[in-house]
Design a protein around this ligand. Structure first.
Ligand code: GLU
Length: 486
């Protein structure tokens, strides 16, 4: 094994669509494992299954890594001594390794047609491929190759014995060789399969730790047989626990769209901060030792991460918990940064004249995700229908009649305010309450309902008047007086 080597990990996604949270967690753990030990982290695109490719998927992957700060030392766009880092560009490399295995007797040419394989399947051949071509004579193989017959190269799995390897999370994993298929290494189109390409590349790229989802736990015996056949040192294996989701019925199953947003991009579009998403998923399968700390920056994760904290039991993605992380991250943003993200959203929905920066400040501690903003400022975007009963408030002992009186009296006072800002407006209303004998709470209630036309609002009466500006505030008060007087 490779204990004295510098740790080198890789993230090796297939560009088959969006970036699933499970994939991002794999990338994060591979990154952290390397960084925690001063090692290196590389990215390799596994696109040899040409039928499953989705256009734009590579960009999505690389954008996600950039947005989450998972920088890599070698990979697409960065280069490095072991490139290219896209498997379709490495196509010529694999063939000679496959042929080497054939020459050694660890792989063989298979000429079975699609029809024959399909018939095998139809006959209920649950054991998969029947090793039909495994023992063809060298002469027959040579003749058929010569004749230009289409072929694949298959791994020749020993028929007896057991293959074992040690997984850093799951421990010793063993499989009877007779349970394993003679899997295809090189396809008829000349492309290697994932099963073969990743082994060759992990070796050539000097990967010391293979970090990936536990769906590969039981295929790995076949991969270690390949390492052994080549005489290559096996890497350490780190398979990560399954990621589950919980349905409304309480049932837990593999995390999928039916549980909610499962791609990084959907979560970002849903108003979650990349840092919050990353922090939350770091804890989905890993637990720091000796601390209850939950909020971790990427730099802190790098310091704390170790394999001992990785659990083998499945983790359940909890959207409530993600909400908690997100609201903590939003609250912790410097006001300017929150405003920089919130103002463009507000600008799209609020009328001209609204003080968007002030409005953003009111929202800062009151939102869980950025996607909530629109719903929280509906009363700014438009004048909502208002029932007179909204003016009734038990605590402040207000009624629609009392509010009408208050509004009629404060309207001219407000119109005289030269310096239209929260403090001035607040002092004025307080003074008015003292002079008139009405409770300050009642005055604030009347004005806030008249201006906002909504019972629950971020911010109080005078803060909202500052946001609306003089003209809109007075116009809304006029409207309220008309409505209440009618
Ligand atoms: N391309 C494989 C996937 O996306 C990678 C598995 C591995 O990391 O070896 O699932």
């Amino acid at each position: 094994m490779c204990d004295n080597q510098t740790v080198k990990t890789r993230f090796a996604p297939s560009p088959t669509g969006f970036m699933h949270i499970g994939n991002l967690r794999t990338a994060l753990y591979a990154y952290l494992l390397a960084r925690a030990q001063g090692g290196s982290f590389i990215v390799r695109i596994e696109d040899t299954d040409q039928e499953r490719l989705v256009e734009g998927a590579v960009d999505v992957i690389l954008d996600t890594l950039r947005m989450t700060g998972l920088s890599y030392d070698e990979g697409p766009g960065v280069g490095g001594p072991n490139g290219p880092y896209v498997q379709s560009e490495r196509r010529d490399i694999y063939k000679k390794y496959a042929e080497q295995l054939v020459a050694q007797g660890d792989a063989y040419y298979c000429f079975c047609t699609q029809e024959r394989l399909a018939a095998l399947h139809d006959e209920g051949g649950l054991g998969g491929y029947d090793r039909h071509c495994r023992d063809l004579s060298a002469d027959e193989v040579a003749a058929r190759l010569q004749a230009g017959e289409s072929y694949v190269i298959r791994q020749k799995i020993p028929l007896e014995g057991v293959t074992s390897y040690y997984d850093e999370v799951f421990g010793e994993i063993s499989m009877e060789n007779k349970e394993m298929q003679d899997q295809i290494l090189l396809k008829a189109d000349g492309y290697p399969t994932y099963n073969f390409a990743h082994v060759v590349d992990d070796h050539l790229m000097g990967i010391t730790h293979v970090v990936r989802g536990s769906e590969y736990l039981t295929s790995t015996p076949k991969y270690v047989l390949l390492y052994d056949a080549f005489g290559w040192e096996r890497p350490h294996y780190v398979h990560l626990p399954l990621l589950m989701g919980q349905g409304p019925d309480g049932k837990v199953s593999k995390l999928s769209k039916r549980h909610g947003a499962v791609s990084f991009q959907d979560l970002v579009n849903g108003g979650y901060l990349p840092e919050a998403i990353l922090n939350y998923i770091a804890l989905l399968g890993w637990c720091p030792k000796g601390t209850n700390q939950e909020i971790f920056s990427l730099a802190e994760l790098q310091q704390s991460f170790s394999l001992e904290g990785v659990s083998k039991s499945p983790s359940v993605f909890d959207y409530e918990k993600l909400n908690w992380f997100n609201s903590e991250y939003i609250k912790a943003l410097p006001p300017e940064e929150f405003a920089a993200r919130a103002v463009p959203v507000l600008a799209d929905i609020c009328p001209a004249g609204t003080d968007l920066t002030k409005l953003a400040a009111l929202l800062h501690t009151r939102v869980i995700t950025f996607a909530e903003i629109a719903g929280k400022v509906d009363f700014v975007a438009e004048r909502l229908p208002l029932d007179a009963e909204a003016y009734t408030n038990k605590k402040n002992k207000t009624t629609p009649e009392l509010c009408l009186q208050i509004l009629q009296q404060v309207r001219p006072l407000l119109a005289d305010v030269a310096d239209w800002q929260n403090d001035t407006l607040f002092e004025l209303l307080k003074q008015y309450a003292a002079d008139s004998g009405y409770k300050a709470g009642a005055v604030m209630w009347a004005v806030r309902i008249a201006v906002a036309r909504k019972a629950v609002t971020p911010g109080g009466a005078t803060e909202l008047m500052e946001v609306f500006g003089r003209e809109e505030s007075l116009s809304r008060i006029d409207l309220a007086i008309t409505e209440l007087g009618a």
